[in-house]
Design a protein around this ligand. Structure first.
Ligand code: ADP
Ligand code: MG
Length: 353
């Protein structure tokens, strides 16, 4: 039966590219493009890996994210990949299974897809194996992992196979990954556990210190979206926000403006600039010369922070551009790999195959 189901699998399955991000998980189906983009959040009964049922849905992804900060004691909304490492293997597996099944629809169970999964480059060998095992047990026929910056570079359309330096900076929720790529390999790279989440935490800390008001992480993210900026804006934006007063414990509303948020975001912005500069300093001269001309490409959701590309350009002196659709680069890069799996084999981690 093995060869038969394998054959059927090859004929009818749609292979999947998965971006297992710290903030969002995206799934692209080979030949069909993006089919899933949901927060990497799972709500479970506290202390178990049993997923909470919400109405007739399992609380994974969008359904679970709105629960963050609003759960009763019995329930826990977990972000299993939060800091760019797998904080919880069981929950990660539950999440992966759910998204794979959702992407593959009813065909799943009959045919078995191949998966290319992008993983944070800081992940350990044990974690990588855990991702592979989870995906295999979720029904995959084969699982390949690829370092996230490589997938992002491919998704951004950079000429990764050429003997020319390409620089990609992927700023996600939990991490900022920087890589210089040439001839299908990562030549120089670094990653930092600072990204959009840290920005949200800075907003929370700032408002607590300056206004004695406590807000949750979803509200902090909204503040960042609406008025967040890496540079003071010429025409400041304002926003009314609600939270709980630290002293009285009562709900309260205040108005804040974008210059305050730029101040709050100073440290994470400087940290991101610092890691980019560090990689540039360590890049071989020939490649550095390429970068001077070709600049760097930004991907990941947090690169959309107002003014961030300008600050990076000013501090490094290099041209900076944002990839088309920066949030989906990694997933699209994974799916593109599936089209030419044989050509890309050297890039993929096929260990254990
Ligand atoms: P990951 O790959 O870690 O899952 P993503 O690339 O999906 O992360 O990016 C998610 C992060 O990007 C979140 O912290 C989110 O708040 C942030 N983000 C998304 N859009 C914007 C925006 N327009 N401005 C600022 N930050 C943004
Ligand atoms: Mg990412």
């Amino acid at each position: 039966m093995g060869w038969f189901s394998d054959l059927i699998g090859r004929m009818f399955s749609y292979d999947l590219g998965i971006d297992l991000g710290t903030a969002n998980t995206l799934v692209a189906v080979q030949g069909r493009g993006l089919v899933i983009s949901e927060p990497s959040v799972v709500a479970v009964h506290r202390g178990t890996s049993r997923v909470v049922q919400h109405g007739n849905q399992l609380a994974v992804g969008d359904t679970a994210k709105i629960m963050l900060g609003k759960t009763p004691d019995k329930i826990q909304a977990i972000r299993p990949m939060k800091d760019g490492v797998i904080a919880d293997f069981d929950i990660t597996e539950v999440m992966l299974r759910y998204f794979i099944a959702k992407a593959h629809g009813r065909r799943f169970g009959f045919t078995r897809p191949r998966l290319v999964v992008a993983v944070p480059s800081g992940i350990t060998a044990v974690e990588k194996r855990a991702v592979k095992n989870s995906a295999m047990s979720a029904g995959a026929r084969a699982v390949y992992t690829i370092p996230e910056p490589m997938a992002a570079a491919i998704g951004a359309g950079l000429p990764v196979g050429e003997p020319v330096g390409s620089m990609i900076v992927d700023i996600g929720g939990g991490t900022c990954e920087v890589a210089v790529i040439s001839i299908a390999g990562v030549v120089c790279a670094d990653s930092l556990r600072v990204g959009g989440d840290e920005m949200d935490e800075c907003v929370i800390r700032y408002l607590k210190n300056e206004y004695n008001i406590l807000i949750g992480e979803n509200t902090a993210e909204q503040v960042k979206f609406q008025i967040g900026s890496a540079l003071p804006l010429e025409e400041p934006l304002t926003m009314r926000i609600r939270g709980r007063d630290v002293h009285s414990g009562m709900p309260r509303e205040i108005e804040i403006d974008s210059s305050e948020i730029s101040e709050a975001l100073r440290d994470p912005v400087l940290a991101i600039v610092g890691v980019i500069k560090g990689v540039l300093e360590r890049t071989q001269p020939e490649l550095a010369a390429d970068l001077l001309e070709r600049g760097m490409c930004l991907a990941g959701g947090a690169c959309l922070l107002r003014g961030l590309p300008q600050v990076i350009a000013r501090e490094t002196g290099l041209p900076v551009r944002i990839a088309d659709d920066p949030l989906t680069c990694v997933a699209r890069g994974c799916a593109a790999l599936l089209d030419d799996l044989d050509d890309f084999r050297p890039i993929l981690d096929t260990e254990g195959e």
